[in-house]
Ligand binder design. Structure first.
Ligand code: MN
Length: 400
């Protein structure tokens, strides 16, 4: 629901929060888990402009699991309090510069699930492997997902070592087809008990906030191992998570209707109204040895075939318990056009159509020293722009 915390005219006493183009204006107030300089105790903070407010007084504990466990009404009340504290006219307080702080994964994730909710991604990838039959017959009926691995979720900025794996019969070695996937992550709210599905009408209130996820993938390993049980070692050697949780409340102005489905959806997946978010996600590459990053793609999250609410309702429809602070990722966010393709597998058509960089170099898949940077924002006329910060990771050579 929209309220006066979304009023675009409100300003902060933190000057950088009022600069045009900032990711973190007063209307955003993303949460993070951080350690200030000269300290060692992880705690919760609120991002404002280029600074962080220590939020331990409101949200004690070393991470955002406690925040995620709050009912939606209490999350909204906290947002009102943070606005009061940071709004122009309120007494100033001690802040920490973001660049001086260490930022971590926002929650201790108990379980991580990765979906496959972009019909554009599913169709593009399907075409590469099955030109006559790109979309499998279940796609429009069941949100496809698999259980990922929480133990290899890493904070943004953590380097990713090129993994070894089986590359085909009799072949084991470093992957030659290292890829990224730009995804939106949902940090889950209050738990459901084992055996108690979350109805679709309540599902959206079980998303406490969203972040960016890079689901690094070894395509040659994936191709060899994925049938019949889905991805395994091709995707659990490292998954990067951005430090900033954009709260569900901050995203209220950007709720939009999900795309129309042209196949009937079962009642337990029928969402009452606007279940999608109008967010654009971007992938940038700073190629090895280069000083600047270039943008490889930009894609609309609102075009995902399945919404986060539908993913929660589906995931719990058999009684599977989801816990506060768990992570669901959307699957690669791609759109209909070439510039919308959210991974190199799609962008280079399985490595047959290399990306040309301004330096003259080309890429089919990632090389050692390449750095991938994910960004996202939500924009709507009459409202403050909400940014997501960044999710970064640099590729290290395989171990010998
Ligand atoms: Mn993925």
């Amino acid at each position: 629901m929209l309220d006066d915390t979304h009023d675009a005219h409100r300003r902060s006493w933190v000057p950088t929060a009022n600069e045009p183009g900032t990711d973190f204006p007063l209307q955003n107030l993303p949460l993070c888990t951080f350690v200030p300089p000269n300290d060692a105790r992880p705690r919760v903070g609120v991002g404002i402009g280029d600074a962080i407010l220590d939020a331990s007084d409101w949200l004690p504990g070393p991470n955002l699991n406690g925040f995620c466990a709050l009912p939606a009404a209490q999350r909204a009340e906290l947002r009102r309090q943070f606005v009061r504290v940071l709004e122009a006219g309120a007494p100033t307080r001690e802040l920490f510069a973001q660049r001086d702080c260490a930022l971590f994964n926002p929650t201790a994730v108990g379980d991580y699930t990765d979906f496959y909710a972009s019909i554009h991604h599913a169709t593009n990838v399907g075409k590469l492997f099955r030109p006559d039959n790109p979309l499998l017959p279940n796609y429009k009926h069941v949100p496809i997902g698999y259980h990922g691995r929480a133990s290899s979720l890493v904070a943004s900025g953590t380097p990713i070592r090129r993994p070894h794996g089986q590359l085909g019969e009799g072949k084991f070695g470093p992957t030659r087809e290292l890829d990224y996937e730009v995804e939106v992550g949902a940090l889950l709210g209050p738990a459901n008990a084992l055996g108690a599905p979350v109805p679709i009408s309540e599902a959206r209130s079980r998303v406490a906030g969203v972040c960016l996820v890079n689901d690094w993938s070894a395509r040659d390993v994936q191709r060899w191992e994925y049938q019949p049980l889905g991805p395994f070692l091709a995707k659990n050697f490292g998954t990067s998570v951005s430090p900033w949780v954009i709260t569900a409340e901050a995203l209220e102005p950007f709720r939009v209707p999900a795309p129309a489905h042209d196949a009937p959806v079962l009642p337990y997946l029928q969402e009452p109204d606007a279940g999608a978010f109008d967010i654009h996600v971007e992938v940038w590459l700073r190629a090895s040895g280069e000083a600047t990053a270039i943008r490889l793609s930009r894609a609309p999250f609102r075009e995902m075939y399945w919404t986060l609410g539908q993913m929660v309702a589906h995931h719990t429809s058999n009684g599977c318990p989801l816990r506060a602070g768990d992570l669901i990722a959307s699957g690669t966010v791609s759109g209909p056009e070439k510039e919308n393709r959210g991974c190199l597998l799609e962008l280079t058509s399985k490595g047959t159509d290399p990306v040309r960089l301004p330096s003259g170099a080309t890429r089919t898949f990632l090389e050692d020293g390449d750095e991938v940077i994910l960004r996202a924002s939500a924009e709507r006329a009459g409202f403050a722009r909400i940014g997501f910060g960044e999710c970064r990771g640099i590729v290290l050579p395989a171990s010998v």
